[in-house]
Design a protein around this ligand. Structure first.
Ligand code: SF4
Length: 356
């Protein structure tokens, strides 16, 4: 059994220092105005793996389309995924809808405040439950993400691997002992804010303007480069694909991805494994649909990085004589409107600029 992970006691004056700074420096963000559980939940799910500036317009569009749990629960999947287009990790959007449906049926439409109940909802883990419970309900529940781990590991010069699940548990336990009962939500947000604005990841932290400077062992010992400790990341798997942008008249061929796995159930331009020449791709299409006549027009390459893999793609646009059934043939307007195309394929939209 691995040894228990213990996080050092946090200085009791930390909340006061941080809240004083937060009162002066907190950014105005759409979800901070009127932080209802619904708004905080949507924002926290969107902010996973995504920058604040990117999320802002998505959040506003999403809230306009689905202003409450009922609207989200009843949304058409196509509209839901379209509003998520470009954010990636589409299972997050589907989980939002499933959770909304469960809150309506199991909690009579009232968001639960209990973190244990929150964690039973699809897509809500310990961090999101803590964020909703503290920011919306004012409960002293920690929300520990990578930002918070980095800040507190640096303050205490903690040299444990912060990617171990036990690290979050240990940091949460230490935080609970100093959580301010009267400003729990602000304290949660102040920790996130310091990690986003001052104690930066992958860059020199701005210790000279940090409210925790006097408490911070990393700053005192000038060892911020060494902390937080993380294992060397696994190399991403490289996959080669040939992307087929097939157009006939002003329509373009789309295909649904399998219901499970990467980009499950999303629309895509048809793809073939490997980097094929234009002739090889045309021959593969002719085999796919007997007698199908296609002529290559343009070529381009693109790369898309997922968490654990990279797609290296060669793409061809093909002028087609017919629109065989295995594909869905969409107009450019429909591609922009109802079909959600993952950002992995964004570059290949350039091959469609000649379509009306
Ligand atoms: S003093 Fe520097 S290293 Fe310490 S928490 Fe602040 S920004 Fe991070």
């Amino acid at each position: 059994m691995p040894p228990a992970v213990v996080f050092p006691a946090l200085p009791p004056e930390l909340p006061v220092l941080l809240l004083r700074w937060y009162d002066r420096h907190a950014r105005t963000l759409p979800w901070r105005e009127n932080p209802t559980p619904y708004r905080v939940w949507i924002s926290e799910i969107m902010l996973q793996q995504t920058r604040v500036e990117t999320v802002k317009p998505y959040f506003n569009r999403f809230l306009s389309a689905f202003p409450n749990l009922c609207a989200l629960a009843e949304a058409r999947e196509e509209q839901l995924l379209k509003l998520w287009e470009g954010l990636g990790y589409y299972s997050r959007a589907r989980n939002l809808q499933r959770a909304a449906q469960r809150i309506l049926t199991e909690f009579q439409g009232e968001f639960p405040s209990d973190p244990v109940q929150l964690r039973q909802l699809p897509g809500i883990g310990e961090y999101t439950a803590g964020a909703i419970a503290s920011i919306s309900f004012g409960l002293p529940e920690p929300a520990v993400d990578g930002n918070v781990l980095r800040v507190l590991a640096r303050v205490t010069e903690w040299r444990e691997d912060i990617t171990r699940p036990a690290a979050k548990t240990a940091v949460s336990a230490a935080l609970r002992k100093i959580y301010p009962q009267d400003r729990a939500g602000d304290f949660t947000q102040s920790l996130m804010e310091l990690g986003a604005l001052v104690c930066l990841p992958g860059a020199q932290p701005q210790c000279d303007r940090c409210p925790l400077n006097q408490l911070c062992r990393c700053s005192r010992n000038d060892v911020w480069r060494e902390i937080p400790v993380k294992p060397t990341p696994r190399a991403r798997k490289i996959e080669e694909w040939t992307v087929l942008v097939l157009h006939c008249g002003n329509r373009v061929a789309l295909r649904r991805r399998p219901a499970v796995g990467l980009l499950a159930g999303m629309w895509e331009f048809p793809m073939l494994p490997g980097h094929l020449s234009a002739e090889e791709a045309a021959a593969a299409l002719a085999r796919m649909e007997s007698g199908w006549q296609v002529a290559p027009v343009r070529q381009m390459t693109a790369r898309h990085v997922f968490t654990h893999r990279e797609w290296h793609m060669t793409g061809y646009s093909f002028d087609c004589r017919s629109m065989p059934a295995p594909f869905t043939w969409a107009t450019p307007a429909a591609l922009n409107g109802e079909f959600a195309l993952p950002s992995a394929f964004s570059a290949f939209r350039q091959l469609l600029t000649h379509l009306a």
